[in-house]
Design a protein around this ligand. Structure first.
Ligand code: MEV
Length: 306
């Protein structure tokens, strides 16, 4: 008997970093997935298509310990991870993995776990990896769809009346969320007034972005995202490579683009010009840049027995 869970990755549409400091961010699940299988083992063993050597066990152990503590689940398990999500790319690869793991372990142990319980256990692994995460990533990967997130409040679903299309463009440079979060936090410590202004702007942009996304006004949403990129850049999350990608996407006809996730490398999220995603994607591929089309909304984690 084995239990299988699949979780999607995520993009942050507006508000990352400032959400760590109490702001509100808008995020969505995206169709690339991680699949985690668990079956009985004599001790914990983990296999992953992601790592040449042994995968890092500490975050996995932390999730299993949290699951055991809260729900009495088994932790001597054989775990296998297969992922389509590029790691270190700002797309929540670790959160998706931790969420799928918690969900598969619950299924394997016959524990009915509500989505909040999956997130709570996944957070134990996220804390090992990222230090002080806001919790937005596991919430999006577990719940799916589109949501706004403010620390300390329940995430709020943003219902859409149809599909919305974005492009996820990869800088090809991996980076550490932990380092970028501490770089921006350091900027807050050194320049508290300037940071407060940027944080207020980011939260305002999020509420405007929710309205525009719901209305399907993707051009206006794109412009808000470019503005948010400038705000993130002022807080220290961008670099010349990401600024260059944003400029390139706009020169290829996109109404707007911004870094997504922690920045410092990773990915850029763009709104493509209506009906012209293919021409933007081929313009990027001609320059050797990897990108994919992301259509919202996408379902959250689900699990089953096999
Ligand atoms: C990472 O996807 C988003 C950040 O805001 C960190 C966090 O919220 O934990 C940079």
């Amino acid at each position: 008997l084995k239990a299988i869970a699949e979780a999607p990755c995520k993009v942050i549409i507006t508000g990352e970093h400032f959400v760590v400091h109490g702001g509100t961010a808008l995020a969505a699940a995206v169709g690339r997935k991680v699949r985690v299988e668990v079956s009985e083992g004599r001790a914990l063993s983990v296999a992953s298509d992601r790592f040449v050597g042994a995968p890092p066990l500490d975050p996995i152990r932390a999730v299993l310990a949290e699951m055991k503590r809260r729900h009495g689940t088994e932790s001597r398990l054989s775990v296998s991870i297969a992922s389509e999500i590029p790691p270190g790319a700002g797309l929540g690869s670790s959160a998706a993995t931790m969420v799928a793991l918690a969900s598969a372990v619950a299924r394997f142990s016959g524990v009915e776990l509500a989505v909040g319980g999956v997130v709570a256990s996944a957070m134990a692994g996220e804390r090992v990896l990222h230090g002080n995460p806001s919790g937005i990533d596991p919430n999006v990967c577990a719940r799916g769809g589109v949501l706004t997130f403010t620390p300390g409040r329940d995430p709020s679903e943003v219902p859409l009346d149809g599909r919305r299309v974005f492009l996820v463009v990869q800088s090809g440079r991996r980076r550490s969320t932990r380092k970028l979060v501490s770089k921006v936090s350091e900027m807050k410590r050194r320049r508290p007034h300037l940071f407060a202004g940027l944080a207020a702007a980011a939260t305002d942009v999020t509420s405007l972005a929710v309205e525009r996304l719901r209305a399907g006004d993707m051009d206006a949403l794109g412009r808000l995202m470019t503005y948010n990129h400038a705000v993130l850049s002022a807080a220290g999350a961008s670099d010349s490579g990401l600024d260059g990608l944003v400029d390139l996407l706009i020169s290829l006809g996109c109404p707007g683009a911004k870094l997504t996730g922690a920045g410092g490398g990773g990915s850029v999220l763009a709104v493509p010009p209506t009906g012209k995603e293919k021409s933007v994607l081929s313009g990027l591929s001609a320059r050797g840049i990897n990108a994919f089309r992301a259509e919202l909304p996408v379902e959250g984690v689900h699990s089953w027995l096999s």
